[in-house]
Design a protein around this ligand. Sequence first.
Ligand code: GDP
Length: 174
Amino acid sequence: CGFVAIVGRPNVGKSTLLNHILGQKLSITSRKPQTTRHQVLGIKTEGPVQAIYVDTPGMHEEEPRAINRYMNKAATSALKDVDVAVFVVDQMAWTTADEMVLEKLSSLKCPVILAVNKVDRIENREALLPHLDMLSRKREFAEIIPLSALKGMNLEPLESAVNRFLPESVHFYP
Ligand code: GDP
């Protein structure tokens, strides 16, 4: 498969990141599959954990029923069966809600990429390094990538990181 989950507590910038990634505005609050090449399969909220499931192109085009089946599965099951998860956090603001999301991720078998979003808001960039260091000790992340979804800063490393964990025939980003 080629499924990506974007996970994080509310307000960290998941929708903004997704909109940027997909290159156009999507009304992701709609549960309908989108007509873009990447499809938003479902959105799940579980306490502080919000997950957006994205289907990557190329795998299921001839199998709309399989998509539907997967959509239901992805949106109703916990974070299983995804190839790679992007855990989004809000720059230096680490809260108990993030801690709870992290706990939820602990059962996950797939690689987790940590996206440290909203770095455009950090005035003292030097303070970011020790913070990233602290985050790196929370669990084993495939990669830790500071970025700004709003300003479109440093999104390429995230693209490469995500693609690294998807099957070769599938590319999350065109
Ligand atoms: P979600 O609840 O995780 O999907 O978060 P949203 O994407 O709705 O973003 C929450 C708020 O954070 C919105 O006001 C966004 O404009 C803002 N936001 C998202 N990404 C960034 C960023 O990189 N920098 C800044 N400064 N604000 C951002």
